[in-house]
Write a protein that binds this ligand. Structure first.
Ligand SMILES: C[S@@+](CC[C@H](N)C(=O)[O-])C[C@H]1O[C@@H](n2cnc3c(N)ncnc32)[C@H](O)[C@@H]1O
Length: 260
């Protein structure tokens, strides 16, 4: 699906500049809004629409009236609970000062929790293969103004708009403590997050032997998989599953325990 960039309904110099810069960066067409509602733009241009607003970027995929934009999402309430009890942190063994590679950034909720844990002596990198999602999230992480307690953790995340397997291929052995993957579920679940409008835009590629082998080469401490509770990927790829009763998704871990 083609994507175009436009401004808010009432453009300002700043939103016009943002539209031009976003279009140039992503190699997309910038289109004057001319007071057209989003559905008109969808009809006339047959394209997903990125809207540059004063406070944030919004993406309206064709057929969606609700936009996708960056929001801390589940990280907002997870950050208020003891982080050591968060299932991702507990399973991965992530600690302050660690380097965390999120292969499937999405809304960056998991990356944000990891970033809170590693703190300012740690490092968080997130790969997102869809360039538009990656850009909306990167800008959101940089500019989101609410929840000041999360700002340092947001700003610390480096977004790589690239397929994780390609990115892993270029990394040195043992260059991250934890490598994490959360591919799109093959089973549809009711999503509470505002990721739902993006189901069609996201990369639906599933785990491969190469992906897991590369993750194991790069991870010093652990490789972690999140998947639907019915997924057989845990067993197929050698992850030890941590069963979480009454949850739709489980985590699995391959302990690396490499000494450096
Ligand atoms: C289920 S979502 C991840 C949600 C994320 N854990 C969060 O906390 O918001 C999967 C995301 O990873 C992206 N993705 C899937 N396979 C990928 C790959 N091989 N490399 C990079 N990104 C990928 C999809 O486009 C989608 O945005």
């Amino acid at each position: 699906m083609k994507t175009i960039v436009t401004t808010a309904y009432r453009p300002t110099d700043a939103t016009k500049l943002c539209a031009r810069e976003t279009a140039q960066l992503l190699g997309l067409q910038a289109v004057e809004r001319n007071k057209r509602p989003i559905y008109k733009l969808h009809e006339e241009l047959a394209a997903d629409v990125i809207v540059c607003k004063k406070e944030r970027l919004e993406l309206y995929p064709v057929g969606q009236s609700e936009p996708f934009f960056f929001h801390p999402n589940s990280a907002a309430f997870r950050s208020k609970r003891p982080l050591g009890n968060d299932p991702l942190i507990e399973v991965s063994g992530l600690e302050p000062g660690d380097a965390f590679l999120d292969c499937t950034l999405g809304m960056a909720s998991d990356a944000l929790i990891a970033s809170l844990v590693v703190g300012d002596t740690g490092r968080v990198v997130g790969c997102e293969s869809d360039p538009v999602i990656a850009h909306v999230i990167r800008e959101g992480l940089k500019n989101y103004e609410d929840m000041p307690k999360l700002h340092d953790s947001m700003r610390r995340i480096t977004v790589i708009p690239q397929n994780a397997v390609d990115y892993l291929n270029g990394l040195n052995d043992n260059s991250f403590d934890v490598v994490y993957m959360d591919p799109m579920f093959t089973e549809q679940i009711a999503e509470a997050s505002n990721f739902a409008p993006l189901r069609n835009n996201a990369d639906h590629g599933q785990l491969t032997e190469e992906w897991v082998e590369e993750a194991k080469r790069v991870a010093r401490k652990s490789v972690v998989l999140k998947a639907h509770f019915r997924s057989t990927d845990f067993e197929s790829f050698g992850f030890k599953r941590r069963v979480r009763p009454n949850t739709k998704f489980h985590f699995g871990v391959i302990q690396m325990n490499k000494t450096q």
